[in-house]
Design a binder for this molecule. Sequence first.
Ligand code: PEP
Length: 246
Amino acid sequence: MRKLAAGNWKMNGSAAALAEVGALIAAHPAPACEMLLCPPATLIAQMAAAARSSALQVGGQDCHPKASGAHTGDVSAAMLKDAGASHVILGHSERRADHGETDALVQTKAEAALAAGLIAIVCLGETEAERDAGQTLDVIGRQLAGSVPQAATAQTLVIAYEPVWAIGTGRTPTLDQIAEVHAFLRARLTLRFGASAAQMRLLYGGSVKPSNAAEIFAVPHVDGALVGGASLKSADFGAIVAALSA
Ligand code: PEP
């Protein structure tokens, strides 16, 4: 399996920020891992054009479950694909919190992504209160069962484990805590999808940075990272790509 370094720019970046993309492509012409940036929807087409013929792939941060129609302000999976995206992040905790996205909605979005030929990166993660209450695996198991479509395959599905309390906070779980959740995810996916689950990529996300990337990537069943803040600077994201390629 090729590992995946995925960057989530969130609601950051303008056309001027595309210079960072040029620097990233120049510094990493042929990384051993896959390299993906998910900018705001406004930048997908421009970033995809800048990334053409390079190792960089481009993705969206959300999509609507329907392919088209009267949904003001929304973007469909087919539109993301048309703009040059290969992946889409779905069910990020910020969307679950800010937009009330449920597991069932995330699942329909993931189905739409697969139908449009996109790879779905489905995000899961417990809140700090849920971890403190000893509910982490219950929450992750429920989100996994409810958010992942039955049609998913190792080629079309990526899971990102992102503890809500680790996103943008500089705090990370212990390596043992990451290992426990990733082993649990692999076991649950194997129960549901059989042997092919061994090839499904499981990303860790939450305050990954150049200084902690190598130790996190050494944890069993960590097949890459979903990176927020550190993906905005090509040097930092490039260092994470290099750590994953080592
Ligand atoms: C994220 O938003 O997916 C994320 C992991 O953010 P950060 O790396 O900034 O914690």
